[in-house]
Design a protein around this ligand. Structure first.
Ligand SMILES: Cc1ncc(COP(=O)(O)O)c(C=O)c1O
Length: 384
């Protein structure tokens, strides 16, 4: 009997849905989980695995994770500065619970990750958007907004941003940290795509600035291994980790996911994630190149952004006169879907953009999807 009720996604096989921002099920590493589980149970038979876990997560796992991050970030990372979560969504929810009350203001990039807006809405926060450009968050715009608001935190996706794909420059990272110290707000950095760089090395993660005590970095295995693991981490200074440990949620339930983290500890110990990361980086880079080339060929009138340098997404900008919602309706009739830009904006801006994800489909399907999109565009032009 198949007891697995598959995935959040409910899309007919015939549709190419560029709006899905998840790993391709064909790339999910069942073999790695099998190998790591076997290794774990052959070497560590202890019922402690099935007990409530220590609030920050097991020391053994946090040490393995800290070593992994140190190697990939090329900056020091300590186990004591890590707390295990069940993913960045939970990490974000923690931030709201711990640092905000209903009605408080927070800043986000505009556009930002659409489902983060939902989490902030759950907590009844006042969400204020700060515009971005090719180098990420515009610092001058942030300074302007700081004259009128006192945000509890700013939520940023500094590297390979969702949805725009841009990366916050090194200089702006430093300036942002400086401003957070001067104006006493926290920076919640969602570094979900940091390890998915193709050719370039992004600036050091904001996790490297936790000494400032204003920076909190959220990381997750969802996009570098598998979202069904529900495993992630918060990297922060000692006083913030202490506050997290004392939340009712962790006091009552113990640390998040002790069982899963034990298995993923073996993945890290055996070096399986390093190899897998190399593999998916290559696959995603190839898919991104194919998507870009195909858009160039089939939608030559569009002013395309450069090819993506990492992460999952491509941010298409349509000319002002194009009504993207109308185009989307035509596209859906042709069995291709995308996420309209307006969904990512807390101020209902970005209406002339569309987010395409290149991670979920293989190259053949990406090309089919672009051809359908081009057909939709031709029909739209004729009808307008
Ligand atoms: C920017 C961003 N943050 C968080 C998440 C969700 O992360 P998790 O699965 O770790 O909850 C996603 C998933 O698409 C994302 O793009």
């Amino acid at each position: 009997m198949n007891l697995v009720d598959t995935t959040q996604i409910n899309v007919a096989e015939t549709i190419i849905d560029f709006s899905i921002g998840q790993p391709d099920p064909d790339l999910l590493p069942l073999d790695i989980i099998q190998q790591a589980s076997k290794h774990h149970f052959e070497n560590n038979i202890s019922p402690a695995l099935l007990a409530y876990g220590a609030e920050p997560g097991s020391r053994q796992f946090r040490t393995l994770l800290a070593d992994f991050l140190k190697h990939h970030y090329q900056t020091p990372v300590q186990a004591d500065h890590i707390l295990v979560t069940n993913g960045n969504s939970q990490g974000l929810d923690f931030m709201c619970t711990l640092f905000c009350q209903s009605g408080d203001t927070i800043f986000v990039e505009d556009p930002t990750y659409n489902l983060a807006i939902d989490i902030f809405t759950d907590h009844q926060l006042n969400v204020v958007g700060i515009p971005i450009d090719k180098e990420g968050l515009i610092i001058e715009a942030l300074e302007e907004k700081l004259k009128r608001h006192r945000p509890k935190f700013i939520y940023t996706i500094p590297t390979f941003h969702n949805p725009s794909g841009v990366t916050l420059s090194g200089k702006r990272r430093e300036k942002l940290v400086e401003l957070s110290q001067k104006n006493k707000f926290l920076i919640v950095a969602d570094e979900v795509y940091h390890l998915l760089s193709f050719n370039t090395t992004p600036p050091v993660p904001l996790g490297s600035f936790i000494r400032s005590e204003t920076v909190i970095s959220l990381g997750t295995f969802s996009k570098i291994l598998a979202p069904g693991l529900r495993l992630g981490w918060i990297q922060a200074g000692s006083s913030i980790i202490k506050q997290l440990i004392s939340t009712g949620l962790l006091k009552s339930g113990g640390g998040s996911n002790p069982f899963t983290s034990a298995i993923i500890g073996s993945v890290l110990e055996l070096g399986l994630l390093d190899k897998y990361l190399d593999h998916i980086r290559k696959v995603y880079q190839q898919r991104s190149t194919t998507l870009h080339a195909s858009l160039k060929e089939h939608l030559p009138d569009l002013n395309l952004p450069c090819e993506s340098e990492g992460g999952y997404f491509y941010w298409l900008h349509f000319p002002d006169q194009i009504n993207v919602q109308k185009l989307l309706k035509i596209a859906q009739q042709l069995e291709v879907n995308f996420k309209p830009g307006i969904d990512f904006s807390c101020s209902r801006k970005s209406e002339n953009y569309a987010r395409l994800c290149y991670a979920f489909y293989n190259e053949e399907k990406l090309i089919t999807g672009v051809k359908r999109l081009a057909k939709a565009f031709t029909i739209f032009r004729k009808e307008s």
